[in-house]
Design a protein around this ligand. Structure first.
Ligand SMILES: Nc1ncnc2c1ncn2[C@@H]1O[C@H](COP(=O)(O)OP(=O)(O)OP(=O)(O)O)[C@@H](O)[C@H]1O
Ligand SMILES: [Mg+2]
Length: 293
């Protein structure tokens, strides 16, 4: 069983949204999936309790029982457990990170939000846990915010998921009617963003199946807005003259905190890098094509 903790000290950055959307994507990809809700607010647990349609199992738990709960779901044949946490970088977040294989740190774009992830980053560094920031809820009319956020993260050597999530009605509506994006509109942009991120996450934790391959093919077209952010951030990094950033790519830590791929071509971000910015000119051609440069 693989365990992914979703942690951020700041509230309202999309922890619960990510836990449910990723959990539902895992369920749809035929993984036996459990969401463990450590937040006393119980948002994810209430979502699971209200749900009539099929979906991942959702369990509310106190952090002190997390080890027991994870062992129980593991023994019952769960493939992936996703832990939703309250907004904190305290003992609850620490316990979740400790018992996980990977930590996802959602943040909204922008300076204040980035400041707030510092304590979470320090915590995962202390625990030497593989982790990545998820840049979430980038307003579609303010792409520059996503671009500067990603560029800022890479310049600080912080691992970031190579697939951002834009601000989408489909994500916001999860709270209204309980339908994850993949259930509401499987072909929609939010669904594509969820599937891309989930496929990438599977690679990070070493979960793979033919279902993922199917999912990847279905979502081979990243939404244009998200793609613009990725490309422009890469272009920005190149312009800034940060030669080593071209060597890094999203999803990699400068000090190799996270997993490295023996073969660069296998790395999702390396593939992105090679296909989108193998050469500067190539990158800028692409940027121009999508109206960035
Ligand atoms: N990508 C997105 N697009 C649109 N709305 C979003 C997106 N991500 C999150 N939201 C909305 O932002 C609000 C906060 O999200 P969520 O509850 O997932 O955050 P959280 O980090 O779990 O908050 P808390 O710390 O209080 O538990 C919700 O109303 C959610 O619908
Ligand atoms: Mg929450």
């Amino acid at each position: 069983m693989k365990t992914v903790a979703i942690i951020s000290q700041k509230g309202g950055v999309g922890k619960t949204t990510a836990a449910i959307e990723i959990g539902f994507a895992a369920h749809q990809a035929c993984f036996v999936t459990a969401i463990v809700d450590l937040d006393p607010q119980g948002t994810a647990a209430n979502w699971g309790g209200r749900r009539k349609a099929e979906g991942p199992s959702v369990i509310g738990s106190h952090a002190s029982r997390l080890g027991v709960i994870l062992e129980t779901v593991r023994q019952s044949g769960t493939d992936i457990a996703i832990i939703d946490t309250p907004p904190s970088a305290d003992a609850v977040a620490m316990q979740a990170a400790k018992l996980s294989d990977f930590v996802m740190i959602p943040t909204r774009p922008g300076g204040f939000d980035l400041e707030a992830i510092q304590s979470t980053l320090e915590m995962v560094e202390l625990l030497t846990k593989p982790a990545a920031v998820l840049v979430n809820a980038i307003p579609t009319n303010r792409l520059h915010l996503g671009i500067t956020t990603l560029a800022g993260l890479w310049q600080r050597g912080i691992a970031a998921a190579p697939f951002v999530w834009m601000e989408r009605a489909a994500f916001a509506d999860l709270g209204a009617d309980g339908k994850p994006a993949l259930e509401r509109d499987p072909q929609g942009k939010a669904s594509q963003e969820v599937t891309r991120l989930f496929s990438w996450l599977c690679e990070q934790v070493g979960l793979a199946s033919s279902s993922i391959e199917d999912a990847r093919q279905q979502s081979s077209k990243m939404s244009q807005a998200a793609l613009k952010v990725q490309l422009a951030a890469l272009a920005l990094a190149e312009y800034a003259g940060e030669g080593q950033l071209a060597e890094l790519g999203p999803g990699f830590h400068r000090e190799d905190r996270n997993r490295r791929y023996a073969d660069d071509a296998q790395a999702p971000c390396a593939r992105t890098r090679t296909s989108m910015c193998g050469e500067k000119i190539h990158l800028f051609e692409k940027s121009a094509k999508f109206g960035i440069a």
